[in-house]
Design a protein around this ligand. Structure first.
Ligand code: NDP
Length: 474
């Protein structure tokens, strides 16, 4: 019997997706360049379902029912192109290649059109949830043609996580939209994690709390509106004691690595002109963390602001929680605005409420909070910016005093809180009908004759600054 789907690339993600599909009753053809991985999968988990292992690409392709659907799960970048070229001679019109890796959306756009010209359908599918999600049910963001999606829909909607009876998988849009959405998801994940580390830093550095005590606070927060996977695992990571009997976190090197999706999100925001401050600050914070030698040197050369010894109170804990929650709302509002702008710019017709829906389970940013975002889009109240929607506006207004207090304290104490601070700066910039860019426009006109608009009359104007000082209509 021919397999329902093929999975090529059997490292941790591919192997787990293949097992997931097999456990759901689908026949799964499997192939990996290095055959040892295929053997390992079959030896260890072959009993979980109907697998058809192959040692060559022609054999692999021939073992899948037509039109063939092949998920490739290999290292992002050139390997994806290499695998596509290896598959092409063996595919037939109407077959579908699904790239489930973290590919850059512009690569997916290119591959989509390249394969379209060869009558092969291409789906760029973002998969979130890490190793465990791939096995137990990830959140999946497939982009490509609707027709191609219909072929795989019965399979992927069963493989995905389910929340309230709904699969965490839906058709996203054409071209590279699925990978774009996954990229912004990862960007939001960067901001979420940065906000968590800033809260941790304040508890540890300003209030002198031990990891275990901070874990207790996160465990408590996870019962309220902050309830989410990342808050839950923060508790677990802080609580972990290693073989020396000390908190593991205290021995982990403070240098954050990154694979690119956060950086790509920020780069796209710059291209689209979206003020994506939280995610971008999170990317920069990782970059600064990576300059460990420079930081060690700087610590010796610069004095630290005098700190007061503080004993934490419940009010302090609540203040940091409020700062985290308000900043989180800003990060999501910015991320969703970026999705809206990209959708318009690229003609993708993204359904933002659907994205909040499929992110409620399976993925790394899964959170109670996403129900609120979904509701905001369902009622049409989200408009251009989630912050303007009643629920989020009220939440931010309620948190505002504490948010200011925490950012003020952090600055006074010399603790960097770039995501908290940039979020409040964005909020303060947003909630003012008149900002200071009038001066900026004056400066631009002075040195570059870039012209400015006036509040009191229509049109564009230029002042002859270095001549007679008169104003002319441009
Ligand atoms: P890796 O990114 O580590 O990639 C390893 C796999 O790629 C192996 O199967 C390897 O084959 C294959 N490969 C590399 N180069 C080639 C090539 N030129 N031709 C054929 N096969 C090649 O694996 P992961 O499972 O971690 O991730 C797979 C994809 O999923 C990546 O795009 C990743 O970013 C994405 N992803 C990963 C997540 C995670 O939590 N790890 C979460 C979500 C997405 P071989 O064994 O022969 O070397």
């Amino acid at each position: 019997q021919l397999a329902d789907i093929g999975v090529l690339g059997l490292a941790v993600m591919g192997a787990n997706l293949a097992r997931n599909a097999a456990r759901k009753g689908f026949g799964v053809a499997v192939f990996n360049r290095n055959g040892a991985r295929t053997d390992e999968l079959i030896n260890e988990h072959g009993g979980e379902g109907r697998f058809t292992p192959s040692k060559t690409i022609p054999e692999f392709v021939a073992s899948i029912a037509k039109p063939r659907a092949i998920i490739i799960m290999v290292k992002a970048g050139q390997p994806v192109d290499d695998v596509i070229e290896e598959l092409l001679p063996h595919l037939e019109v109407g077959d579908i290649i699904i790239d489930g890796g973290n590919s850059l959306y512009t690569d997916t756009n290119r591959r989509f059109h390249y394969l379209k010209d060869r009558d092969i359908k291409f789906i760029g599918m973002g998969v979130s949830g890490g190793e465990e999600g791939a096995l137990e049910g990830p959140s999946m963001m497939p982009g490509g043609t609707r027709e191609a999606y219909s072929r795989i829909e019965p399979i992927v909607t069963k493989m995905a996580a389910q929340v309230d009876g709904e699969p965490c998988c839906t058709y996203i849009g054409t071209e590279g939209s699925g990978h774009y959405v996954k990229m912004v998801h990862n960007g939001i994940e960067y901001a979420d994690m940065q906000l968590i580390t800033e809260a941790y830093d304040l508890f540890k550095t300003v209030y002198g709390l031990e990891a275990g005590a901070i874990a207790d606070i996160f465990a408590e927060w996870n019962k309220g509106e902050l309830n989410s996977y990342l808050i839950e695992i923060t508790d677990a990571v802080l609580r972990k004691v290693d073989s020396t009997g000390k908190p593991l976190v205290d021995s982990i090197v403070d240098e954050a690595e990154q694979k690119g999706t956060g950086r790509w999100t920020a780069q796209s925001a710059l291209d689209l002109g979206v003020p994506l401050t939280s995610i971008t600050e999170a990317v920069f914070a990782r970059a600064l963390s990576g300059r460990r030698a420079q930081r060690a040197e700087a610590e010796k050369r610069f004095p630290h602001p005098a700190t007061t010894k503080r004993t934490i109170t419940q009010a302090d804990i609540d203040a940091i929680r409020d700062a985290l929650y308000a900043s989180k709302i800003v990060a999501y509002a910015q991320g969703f605005e970026q999705l809206a702008v990209a959708s318009q710019q690229f003609g993708w017709d993204l359904k933002l409420g659907d994205l909040a829906t499929i992110w409620r389970g399976g993925c790394i940013i899964r959170a109670r909070f996403l129900n609120r975002i979904r509701e905001a889009y369902e009622t049409g109240g989200a408009g251009d910016n989630l912050l303007l929607q009643d629920y989020f506006r009220d939440a931010v207004v309620q948190a505002e005093a504490n948010w200011r207090k925490v950012v003020g304290l952090a600055i006074a104490e010399g603790i960097p809180v770039p995501a908290f601070a940039s979020s409040i700066a964005y909020y303060d910039g947003l909630r003012r009908a008149r900002g200071p860019a009038n001066l900026l426009q004056g400066l631009r006109d002075y040195f570059g004759a870039h012209t400015y608009g006036r509040l009191d009359k229509p049109g564009k104007f230029h002042t002859r600054w270095s001549q007679d000082g008169s104003e002319i209509q441009a």
